[in-house]
Design a protein around this ligand. Structure first.
Ligand code: DOR
Ligand code: ZN
Length: 343
């Protein structure tokens, strides 16, 4: 096969940031993707409906002429979140999800949730109105090994929340383990799971063997090879519960290459090229569209995009770094030559 036309993809987990960084990264997503779930972990976070409306307006103002893109906004769940504000933002069509960061789990998560009992009323209201909860699924306990934090979160936090809140729609975000794949497969269709591009490509050796590679450091951190293979099998399966959320997370090189560097892989420019190659390697090109363009809208109750993109077998043209007013941002290097480009 040398050409593949699919419904235009969406990104169900994206970091756009704000200001100069947003202006630099947004065109790379809008070039290929019609819509994206926009993460609210700005400084300060996007907590209220008013803040989400203002952020959406800034995203749309930063969009270059001629590119169509719909930001799907989220609210950052805190222990002070007002369930009525959440419900109003959902009723007006402004927000498509609420994001749960366990306090301290990742970049700008200090305002996240430490005591899950305090957010119970908000979760119950979300179940009533059908508003999904997007979950960063890692415990933060110092005594839990970082490679075990996702599996422990499923047992100690996620499953109890879901049992206590029947009907709550949940997205397990950026899953990184076979434990998460198995858990997702055992649930009904109120549960979805996103998988990033980079977790289909790298395992923990890519980060740590032969020298430390800060550009491969993200959260949840990449795990053993057996887990990467489980994610590959899930993503390429075509199963409705699995869909693309790139977690494309730009940080300047200055902030990545530090003694304590930031977590995040910037994959927006080459995600579709990498995914085409991954699905081709796994003899699953016919299921790429399900993963990038169909399963996500079905979970969120949105229409599949009516326009299409065409992937052709030719080396893609994208920069190794993009320039921003804050400094260069390195584009994720899959470590192999890419052979598909979006026409
Ligand atoms: O690698 C990551 N980067 N994981 C996250 O959960 C947050 C993100 C970011 O905002 O940089
Ligand atoms: Zn993220």
């Amino acid at each position: 096969m040398t050409s593949l036309t699919i419904a235009r993809p969406d990104d169900w987990h994206l970091h756009l940031r704000d200001g100069a960084m947003m202006r630099a990264v947004l065109p790379h997503t809008a070039q290929h993707f019609a819509r994206a779930i926009i993460m609210p972990n700005l400084v300060p976070p996007v907590v209220t409906g008013d803040q989400a409306r203002a952020y959406r307006d800034r995203v749309l103002a930063a969009l270059p002429d001629g590119l169509a893109f719909e930001p799907l906004m989220t609210l950052y769940l805190t222990e002070d979140t007002d369930p009525d504000d959440v419900a109003a933002a959902h009723a007006s069509g402004l927000i498509k999800a609420v994001k749960l960061y366990p306090a301290g789990a990742t970049t700008n998560s200090a305002s996240g949730v430490a005591n899950f009992d305090i957010v119970r009323a908000t979760l119950e209201r979300m179940a009533e109105i059908g508003l999904p909860l997007c979950v960063h699924g890692e415990v933060t306990d110092a005594d839990i090994d970082i490679f075990d934090r996702e599996a422990v979160f499923i047992d100690r936090v996620l499953d109890p929340i879901r049992r206590a809140t029947p009907g709550l729609r949940v997205v397990m975000e950026h899953i990184t383990t076979s434990n998460a794949v198995d858990y997702a497969r055992a649930q009904d269709d109120s549960l979805g799971a996103t998988i990033t591009t980079h977790h289909l490509v790298i395992n923990r050796n890519h980060i740590l063997a032969g020298g430390i590679k800060p550009h491969y450091y993200c959260l949840p951190v990449a795990k053993r090879e057996e887990h990467r293979l489980a994610l590959r099998a899930a993503a390429t399966s075509g199963e409705a519960r699995f869909f693309l959320g790139t977690d494309s997370a730009p940080h300047t090189d200055a902030n990545k290459l530090l003694p304590c560097g930031c977590a995040g892989c910037f994959t927006a420019p080459n995600t579709m090229a990498i995914l085409a190659q991954v699905f081709e390697q796994d003899a699953a090109l016919d299921r790429l569209e399900a993963f990038t363009s169909r399963n996500g809208p079905a979970f969120y109750g949105l229409p599949v995009n009516s326009d299409t993109i065409t992937l052709t077998k030719s080396a893609p043209d994208y920069p190794a770094h993009i320039d921003t007013e804050d400094g260069p941002v390195t584009v994720f290097d899959p470590g192999f030559d890419l052979e598909w480009s979006v026409r």
